[in-house]
Design a protein around this ligand. Structure first.
Ligand code: CP
Ligand code: NVA
Length: 322
């Protein structure tokens, strides 16, 4: 449903649209989504029929624990029916074109959730089908993760505006969606990465315009210096090698070592800093047990919040279902 990917029809800003990247959402829309997620978390009762009569396909080219289970359980809570399709043995587009795939799927299901290698594949699915498409992670973005993360931050700090988030490690898909969210919601994202692993320059440019358009004072800094965790309200990290990437060479691995989130690095952040990770974690690499298992860690809240944030998104995409 690419023609309406930013929404704008009578059912509300997300009604019938896609979610391919967080950059397509306004601050007001995300605020409303987070409020809905908090209401759902308290009581799913009023939302039990949001997806009644709808089937959804979960199309995954890569493995998943959190995304698959949170969508399957979440869709059931909203009265819908999810079908998981494991596409790890064969990339989308190999057996038939991605466009034909989308044109077939829309005849049976009301929603497509896709985890793909290349962003262009999820964009092509969205362009081909008349039903909403949700990006469940691609090489560039992980918007559902960022929604859950901002929900978690809002729960912990009361508001996202003005928070300082230090993202330490690889400037990857998770980092990009967090940057979008910070720019839109008025937080400051400090991306602290090894040289050559900085977030994409295109995403950085996009975040400048998003921050300007939202006017909430958000933004980002990109640096190679881990000392910039100072004053952070949240320290966030992710794996050094993302799914589908080649393993790092010994030289590359060595570059990452000073970006490990350990007790010494956490001590440099602010006294109220929480530790965040999208999971799965490689314990002993990007984070040590003493941090991920500490009282400051909110990683399992993030995992739980995947479901509430995604369900709020679905309720806004299917406003007639209540
Ligand atoms: N965080 C996240 O997306 O986890 P999965 O890869 O297990 O879905
Ligand atoms: N950056 C990681 C996130 C996993 C949820 C990856 O793409 O593998």
């Amino acid at each position: 449903m690419a023609s309406n990917s930013t929404g704008g029809n009578t059912g509300g800003p997300l009604a019938g649209g896609d979610l391919l990247t967080l950059a397509s959402l306004s601050g007001d829309t995300i605020d409303r989504l987070l409020e809905t997620a908090l209401a759902m978390k308290r009581d799913y009762g009023p939302y039990a029929r949001v997806l009644a009569g709808h089937s959804a396909i979960l199309l995954f080219e890569k493995p998943s624990l959190r995304t698959r289970i949170s969508f399957e359980v979440g869709i059931a809570k909203l009265g819908g029916h999810a079908i998981y399709m494991d596409h790890s043995a064969q990339r989308l587009g190999e057996r038939e074109s991605v466009t034909d795939y989308g044109r077939n799927l829309e005849r049976w299901v009301g929603l497509i959730v896709a985890r793909v290698f290349r962003h262009s594949v999820v964009a092509e699915l969205a362009a081909a089908s008349r039903v909403p498409v949700i990006n469940a992670l691609c090489d560039l973005y992980h918007p559902c993760q960022a929604l859950a993360d901002y929900l978690t931050l809002r729960e912990k700090f009361g508001s996202v505006k003005g928070l300082r988030i230090a993202y330490v490690g690889d400037g990857n898909n998770v980092c990009h969606s967090l940057m979008h969210g910070a720019a839109i919601l008025g937080a400051h994202l400090v991306a602290i990465t090894p040289k050559g692993r900085e977030p994409s320059a295109e995403v950085a440019r996009e975040c400048e315009s998003l921050a300007h358009a939202s006017g909430r004072g958000g933004g980002f800094t990109i640096t190679n210096d881990p000392e910039h965790v100072q004053g952070a309200d949240a320290v966030y990290t992710d794996v050094w090698v993302s799914m589908g990437e080649a393993a790092h060479s010994a030289t590359e691995r060595k570059k990452f070592l000073k970006y490990q989130v350990n007790e010494a690095l956490m001590a440099k952040a602010g006294p109220r800093a929480v530790f965040m990770h999208c999971l799965p974690a490689k314990r002993g690499q990007e984070v040590v047990d003493g941090v991920i298992d500490s009282a400051a860690s909110v990683v399992y809240d993030q995992a739980e919040n995947r479901m509430h944030a995604q369900n709020a998104l679905l309720a806004m995409m299917f406003p007639g279902g209540r």
